[in-house]
Design a binder for this molecule. Structure first.
Ligand SMILES: [Zn+2]
Length: 343
């Protein structure tokens, strides 16, 4: 979209998350520009029928934009719309907005009870674990549930990540039997990830989290399929996101382990700071990263069944899924037995 040609109404959707109907947006976005303002990127991103916005490539979404800004969101919420209008007009002389409409995205919230499922692994003889630090191996176990009669199975998102974690936990238990661990391991199946990283937000707000030291978080979300970038080459790969942002050691543990044992193609393209999908901010590791804890997100990419009822078990590539799980296990156990802290 060219801002210079903009003569339409600018519609600002702000405030809380609500699923806006895709048809409504389709109608409106033909003639107008729709701007989402929110203080939580993940929520803003997920607002249309639970689907993410693809900024590039999807003509339906060409008139959408979103801004993640706590300040701006608060500003609008505080009824300072006039200021905002002036601010926008002042940005560019050629920005011609004929009308500015604010649409408060407000939803009645019905509280429901849910829980993270958390396990703990320490050496058989815990006195033989001199390290007081925890590491968290996480994946979300929620998905989109049921809408009407449609069931969202979520085999890849995130049945794949959860199954890999269960398998790894079993073998980490073997290391614990031999008193080989130098970290206290928390295995966390997070709830409410799809609703906005709720389970991991809760976890990182607990007293337990605040009172203890955490060495790292390894988060796994969707690792069972090929995406379109790798459809043709069929090389075994995995996306590595965020590993180098807080600690250089974490990234080097991952690449060295891979060279030694696994030889997967480590794909860093989604780790680019300007990647439009912003995946670094879209799963549970982000809540650990926000707290300064070295975090890595392992992922095999978006695909045509993402957030659809067709994300089913028969679409997974089990050979590749197995290779990735073995790779992840070597990385996690390397981190778990490592003595020196990650820097
Ligand atoms: Zn997911």
């Amino acid at each position: 979209m060219d801002w210079k040609d903009l003569k339409a109404t600018l519609i600002i959707i702000y405030g809380q998350k609500e699923n806006v109907s895709e048809r409504w947006l389709e109608d409106v976005a033909k003639k107008n520009l729709v701007l989402f303002v929110n203080d939580d990127f993940h929520m803003t991103h997920d607002v249309v029928n639970g689907q993410p916005f693809y900024l590039n490539g999807n003509p339906l979404y060409k008139n959408y934009a979103f801004i993640k800004s706590e300040k701006l969101n608060a500003w609008i919420l505080n009824q300072r719309k006039k200021d905002f209008e002036q601010f926008l007009q002042g940005q560019s002389e050629s920005l011609k907005i004929s009308r500015l409409v604010f649409f408060r995205n407000r939803k009645e919230v019905k509280p429901i009870k849910t829980a993270n499922v958390v396990g703990y692994i320490d050496n058989n003889d815990s006195t033989q674990n001199s390290c007081k630090k925890y590491m968290v191996l996480s994946g979300h176990f929620d998905h989109l549930g049921k809408k009407g009669n449609s069931i969202y199975y979520g085999a890849d998102d995130n049945g794949s990540g959860c199954s890999a974690i269960v398998a790894m936990a079993k073998y980490l238990g073997e290391l614990a039997k031999n008193n080989a661990l130098n970290k206290r391991i928390i295995v966390a199946f997070m709830t409410g990830e799809e609703m906005g990283l709720i389970g991991s937000h809760y976890f990182t707000a607990t007293d337990f989290f605040k009172k203890n030291k955490f060495e790292c978080n390894v988060n796994i979300d969707m690792i069972g399929r090929f995406d379109k970038n790798h459809q043709e080459s069929k090389n075994p790969y995995i996306y590595v996101i965020g590993a180098d942002r807080i600690s250089k050691d974490l990234d080097s543990v991952i690449s060295k382990t891979n060279v030694r044992y696994n030889h997967l193609d480590l794909d860093y393209r989604l780790n680019a700071l300007d990647d439009p999908e912003r995946l670094y901010e879209r799963s549970d590791h982000f809540n650990f990263a926000k707290n300064g804890i070295p975090s890595v997100f392992f992922f095999s990419g978006l695909h045509e069944d993402y957030h659809k009822t067709s994300d089913t078990f028969d679409k997974l590539n089990y050979q590749l899924f197995h290779q990735r799980t073995k790779f992840l296990f070597t990385v996690v156990s390397e981190l778990a037995i490592r003595k020196s802290p990650l820097r």
